[in-house]
Design a protein around this ligand. Structure first.
Ligand code: NG1
Ligand code: ZN
Length: 532
């Protein structure tokens, strides 16, 4: 094949260290940036093949999200903005691990298995985060695309969800929106302005501003860019904007969620809303300090509850019969699951960790709200649900209450990035809901009380010896581990605990919740000893 000469030549400039084996995990490839040059080149090749196969534009995002600055990573984005399918994850691993001399054979193998027509055009969108390694690594992706004769568009510095959005817009001939960063701000901000255009008690009481911790990453740059579209509607104080601090260091959504404390580098006034993004702005958590200075975290579970309550109320007001479900993982706080099922009476599903599992489960409902406890999530509307909302919003013969609810639902659909969890879009939605409901962050927090919980990481020699079932809530191997956990859990009230191997780090994660923080801490500690 003529393209292969070029691949051969170019791949020599992006050589694979012999013997290095990496796996396409939950969030693509992720490791120290120094090991990734050949991976990036090869993901450029693979994205080009995937584009030829699907006859659509494919995305490649260079980021390691909440990992330290020294790491980097890459993941592929499928035509509708979703994660690439499992078979292609397998190809990614094969291609990444082929030794230098076997690369062409590995490529041929994929081409044959997928019966790819090599004369088909290919288009690849590439984005990167603010890590110092991202510039050269994204260039390696672009090199891979051009070596196989594909066309690429380099979006440069964008958030992960922005790249997903661009890919979806491009492949829907702009029905989803315009495939530009400016188009993204316009769509989201217009919807936000529509949602919040009526004066409400919220702004009247003067709590009209939001503190944002940008994790010293791409989210901070993009909030700055977006601000010009929302001068009057939302006042943001941005901290950790990358001008001084290090990416994700003592800040960002992951730090705040896991440490259950505020990030460094921000100014918190009692009672004021604050939120933190992660390093690629696909996660968000909220928090505040009360008048005694006590810290309160509102994580993905609280966000899912707020959004699903809001949507359910609007559906009732609009008289629309649409099924709404919330999708969570084993990390969801037990109180949130109880509240959603028992008080809200919404369907709750639990899936394995990793957004692709949640996304998939959420697609089964008219409206699927999915959030990981760590703040990664969004809302999916089925095509039929969107059409019903649209028709009602355009119907001039309904009463004012139904009309208002239908218009709010329509603008809610537009403010949401349905391709993937998006800190900016989630932030606008949450701000709009609080404004519409005239709700303070304390009132939102009081919807239910979290069970105290603790997450720990344990280093083991081989984390893969742990195998789980029941959406990762029970360990099936090694023998005896689950029994040990069960007997430890019995020592505490309202307790629950599970362990699972991380898909993004070389650790085993331990989670415990119980009636008191002391019990949750002690249980997590006991269970982590059982893992050794
Ligand atoms: P792992 O490392 O598999 O636990 C972490 C998060 C996931 C997801 C991925 C991808 C936790 C407990 N796990 O996965 O929810 O966000 O990273 O970034 O937060
Ligand atoms: Zn992220």
């Amino acid at each position: 094949m003529p393209q292969f000469k070029e691949v051969s030549k170019q791949s020599g400039l992006h050589p694979k260290p012999a013997g290095l084996v990496l796996q396409y995990g939950t969030a693509g490839f992720r490791t120290n940036a120094k090991q990734l040059d050949h991976i990036m080149f090869r993901m450029g090749l693979l994205a080009t093949l995937r584009s030829k196969k699907t006859k659509a534009t494919i995305g490649v995002m260079v980021t390691a999200s909440h990992n330290p600055e020294e790491d980097n990573g890459v993941k592929l984005v499928d035509p509708m903005g979703e994660m690439v399918t499992p078979t292609w994850e397998g190809y990614a691993t094969q291609l990444a691990n082929a030794e230098q001399e076997d690369l062409l054979a590995a490529l041929q193998d994929i081409i044959k298995k997928e019966a790819i027509n090599m004369s088909q055009e290919a288009n690849v969108f590439v984005g990167k985060d603010t890590r110092s390694s991202s510039a050269s690594l994204s260039q390696a992706v672009l090199d891979g695309v051009s070596a196989l004769g594909g066309h690429s568009k380099d979006y440069g510095l964008v958030t992960t969800p922005q790249l997903h959005y661009m890919v979806c817009c491009q492949n829907t001939q702009c029905k989803y929106g315009e495939a530009t960063v400016e188009g993204y701000y316009k769509k989201l901000c217009q919807a936000f302005i529509q949602l919040t255009k009526n004066p409400c008690t919220f702004y009247c009481v003067g709590v009209d501003h939001l503190t944002v911790d940008g994790a010293n990453g791409i989210g901070a740059l993009k909030v700055r860019e977006m601000e010009s579209h929302l001068k009057r509607e939302l006042h943001i104080s941005l901290f950790n904007d990358g001008s001084k601090g290090k990416l994700n260091h003592q800040c960002g959504a992951d730090f705040v969620k896991v440490q259950q404390k505020p990030p460094t580098g921000i100014k918190m006034n009692p009672g004021e809303r604050c939120c933190s993004f992660d390093g690629d702005a696909d996660r968000i958590v909220y928090y505040y300090a009360d008048s005694e200075g006590q810290f309160h975290l509102l994580d993905g579970d609280k966000i899912a509850t707020l959004i699903s309550t809001f949507l359910k109320e609007l559906l009732t007001q609009a008289g629309l019969d649409l099924e709404i479900a919330v999708v969570q993982t084993a990390y969801a706080n037990g109180s949130s699951t109880n509240y959603l099922e028992d008080t809200m009476k919404v369907i709750v599903r639990c899936t394995k960790t990793g957004v692709k599992h949640l996304h998939h489960a959420a697609q089964e409902f008219d409206i699927g709200v999915y959030f990981e406890a760590n703040g990664h999530g969004t809302v999916l509307f089925s095509k039929a649900a969107e059409e019903k909302i649209q028709r009602l919003a355009e119907n001039s013969s309904i009463n004012d209450e139904r009309k208002r609810a239908a218009l709010l639902l329509q603008n809610t659909v537009n403010v949401i990035n349905q391709t993937v969890g998006d800190a900016i879009s989630d932030m606008l939605l949450i701000e709009a809901i609080l404004a519409i409901k005239g709700m303070t962050i304390q009132q939102w927090d009081a919807i239910y009380s979290d069970l105290p919980n603790r997450q720990l990481k344990v280093k083991v020699s081989d984390r893969r010896v742990i195998d789980t079932t029941d959406a990762e809530r029970r360990a099936v191997s090694p023998a005896g581990l689950q029994e040990a956990i069960d007997s430890l859990v019995k020592n505490y009230r309202e307790a629950r605990s599970f362990v699972r191997p991380s898909g993004t780090e070389d650790v085993v994660r331990v989670y415990a919740e119980a009636e008191t923080q002391e019990s949750a801490d002690a249980l997590a500690h006991d269970v982590s000893l059982a893992v050794y």
